[in-house]
Design a protein. Structure first.
Length: 134
């Protein structure tokens, strides 16, 4: 069998360089997805993990958001649990901060809960494929 094809080297041309995918860590993938959530919309930890190509890693999303560098200014407040509830304890400063941030964006919060049917971010496949660098 001729191994010429297997030994060929990749030649990059200026037009092909734009289609190269960047190798991001799982945490960076999550940060990228969270940064994409539009103002006035929310997503769940599980959906963010799915969009980042990390199905079943909802808890890791929480860890990634805790470890995110502040200079990224991620809209962490737009990420809720799978029932559309704020995940922080009800009377904690973090709960109040998240509720206030969501309310300022026009998201209706009732008793720490948001109607997913009304405010959930549902990006189409084209948005994901064309916007994420991984």
């Amino acid at each position: 069998m001729d191994n010429t094809i297997f030994n060929a080297q990749l030649q990059l041309t200026p037009s092909s360089q734009s289609s190269i995918k960047i190798a991001l860590s799982p945490m960076e993938k999550i940060w990228h997805i969270v940064a994409m959530i539009p103002q006035g919309q929310i997503s769940s930890y599980g959906k963010v993990a799915d969009y980042a190509g990390l199905p079943g890693r909802a808890r890791f999303v929480s860890t990634a958001l805790k470890k995110a560098p502040s200079h990224l200014s991620l809209p962490w407040h737009r990420v809720l649990n799978s029932q559309g509830k704020i995940a922080f304890p009800k009377h904690s400063p973090a709960f109040r901060d998240q509720m206030q941030r969501l309310t300022l964006e026009g998201i209706q919060v009732e008793n720490g809960r948001i109607k997913l049917t009304q405010f959930e971010w549902k990006p189409d496949i084209a948005t994901l494929v064309l916007s994420i660098p991984f």
